[in-house]
Design a protein around this ligand. Structure first.
Ligand SMILES: Cc1ncc(COP(=O)(O)OP(=O)(O)O)c(N)n1
Ligand SMILES: Cc1ncsc1CCOP(=O)(O)O
Ligand SMILES: [Mg+2]
Length: 274
């Protein structure tokens, strides 16, 4: 992986940080410096230097249509700027770092860069699975699955300001997510089987239609939710036809020849649908 993806702090490649003895005695001074550098970077471009409060995050979530999950990309900052603010129109509203198995510092550093980009463009930034990293990097959202840290536990660790999202795969999980006061939004899927989430069967458009009935998009008091899994430019109209108005994608943007243009096209169609 290129240096600019792993060495944000300038310390991540330092041989001293890989020394087993240093790990056995708790955080070293370098660990503490690295962590502070990550947080400083994450907040560097925030207008007032402070994380957003819950009300502001919920307002942005309510207006969101397009959510991108992505691993780090080459020229990561330019990629983020492109998909979050494509020339001449809306783009990705919410963005998540989803890259399994990253070493702690590399994930924290990448999240820090995402948070800085989110602040530049008014987008919300999500961590995946790990409440510790969400806390350190100052993300707006933590997304968890059914087998991850439970939303109530994440809430206890992260406090009231962090938005918590939950994956759902059947009607019972969907109903529980709607009722759970610690869940701020949920996702329904994978709608179609997808190589991006291997081993998880597609739930079909029927469950998406169930979500539309249970939490009609933009109805007062209805919890926001997103369809996810196998959604791309070809299939988007089928998703919209159910009444769904928010979608999460991975490959439809990360696999596009021009990710910014793909983001703009999807965002434009989602917004045009209402
Ligand atoms: C926005 C969003 N929706 C769904 C997922 C999937 O979460 P999960 O089921 O925990 O699977 P992993 O992503 O952890 O493999 C997500 N990450 N983000
Ligand atoms: C993380 C995740 N959870 C359910 S489907 C999915 C991946 C969706 O990826 P893609 O948009 O490439 O099908
Ligand atoms: Mg998960």
């Amino acid at each position: 992986m290129a240096d600019d993806l792993t060495d944000l702090t300038g310390l991540a490649g330092d041989a001293e940080l890989d020394e087993p003895a240093a790990r056995q005695t708790g955080p070293s001074a370098l660990d503490v410096i690295a962590e502070q550098a990550i947080v400083d970077l994450a907040l560097a471009e925030a207008p007032d230097g402070a994380p957003l409060a819950r009300a502001e995050r919920l307002a942005r979530l309510a207006d969101a249509r397009l959510y991108l999950c992505t691993p780090r990309q080459p020229a990561f900052d330019a990629f983020l700027d492109g998909v979050l603010a494509p020339a001449g129109g809306p783009g990705v509203d919410l963005i998540q770092l989803r890259e399994k198995g990253l070493e702690w510092r590399a994930e924290a550093a990448a999240l820090g860069r995402m948070v800085a980009a989110g602040r530049r463009h008014g987008a919300l930034v999500s961590g995946n699975d790990r409440a510790d990293l969400a806390s350190v990097a100052g993300v707006d959202i933590l997304h968890v699955g059914q087998d991850d840290i439970p939303p109530a536990t994440a809430r206890r660790l992260l406090g009231p300001d962090v938005i918590i999202g939950l994956s759902t795969h059947d009607e019972d999980q969907l109903a529980a997510a709607i009722e759970d006061p610690d869940v701020d939004y949920f996702c329904v899927g994978p709608v179609w089987p997808t190589p991006t989430k291997e081993g998880r069967p597609g739930v079909g458009l029927g469950l998406v239609a169930t979500a539309v009935a249970a939490a009609p998009p933009f109805a007062p008091g209805a919890k926001p939710w997103f369809a996810i899994g196998g959604i791309d430019a070809e299939r988007l109209d089928e998703v919209l036809a159910t009444g769904a108005r928010r979608a999460v994608v991975v490959r439809a943007i990360t696999g596009a020849a021009d990710p910014a243009a793909a983001a703009a096209a999807l965002a434009g169609r989602l917004r045009a649908a209402g």
